[in-house]
Design a protein around this ligand. Structure first.
Ligand code: FPP
Length: 224
């Protein structure tokens, strides 16, 4: 049985779900947030230590302003209402990505990180304004300026995921088989699961099925 420390998820399909059900992409995002809460609970049950969620990419700024504003208002409300509950459950929140938001949102994100920084049950890495290519270029630049040699270990010190083990599992919902500039370095040896379901339809049963499958995979890491 493979050990499982880290699950990363590309939560795709909210917009299509919203259009299909209620004729509004934003309602899909709202429904998607309920699934996030379910998967957090389930991750704790499985004793998963790291859950990385792709909530907003560097490319998502191309979306209509109304949708962007809605997504950030959802995030704001979620943090304001739920951070104490997350803290009680010993969940640590860490943002990966570039915190270039409004002053208020930046403060809320930093305060939420600070409040939960000592928690040990589950670390949620919320990828916000995150893009892997940008992360890699920034890390290269920083390593070049440093006194360290170009090695994998030294390079990883400059990634936004430093001190976080690489994902064992990458899940992408929404019936699309691409990586969308997400954790390109870190998923080198992840087991990848593409799910047909749209994110708001994904549930704990689907999550558990993936984990059961993962546990039985023979992971070679290049060996035989
Ligand atoms: C991708 O679906 C989803 C996003 C860009 C946002 C993800 C956000 C949530 C799940 C809810 C908010 C989460 C938090 C933690 C506050 P899409 O809109 O690209 O779907 P589509 O492919 O059908 O258009």
């Amino acid at each position: 049985m493979n050990p499982l420390q880290h699950v990363a998820i590309i939560m795709d399909g909210n917009g299509r779900w919203g259009l299909k059900h209620k004729k509004s992409r934003n309602l899909g995002h709202k429904a998607g947030l309920n699934v996030v809460e379910q998967i957090i609970k389930e991750s704790i049950k499985h004793k998963i230590k790291f859950l990385t969620l792709f909530a907003f990419s560097t490319e998502n700024w191309k979306r209509p302003k109304k949708e962007i504003n809605y997504l950030f208002s959802l995030l704001e409300t979620f943090l304001k209402n739920k951070i104490d509950e997350l803290n009680k459950k010993q969940i640590k929140l860490q943002i990966i990505g570039n915190k270039k938001f409004s002053k208020d949102l930046n403060k809320l994100l930093i305060d939420s990180e600070k409040k939960t920084q000592k928690n040990k049950v589950l670390q949620i890495n919320l990828a916000l304004n995150y893009g892997s290519k940008f992360e890699l270029i920034e890390a290269f630049k920083k390593l070049k300026k440093s006194k360290y040699k170009f090695t994998e270990k030294n390079f990883e010190k400059y990634l936004q995921t430093k001190n976080i083990p690489d994902p064992d599992i990458l899940i992408r919902t929404g019936n699309t088989q691409r990586l969308s500039n997400f954790l390109l370095w870190q998923i080198a040896y992840a087991e990848v699961f593409f799910e047909k379901k749209l994110w708001p339809d994904f549930n704990k049963k689907d999550f558990n099925k993936i984990i059961e499958k993962y546990k039985k995979i023979k992971r070679n890491f290049g060996n035989v």
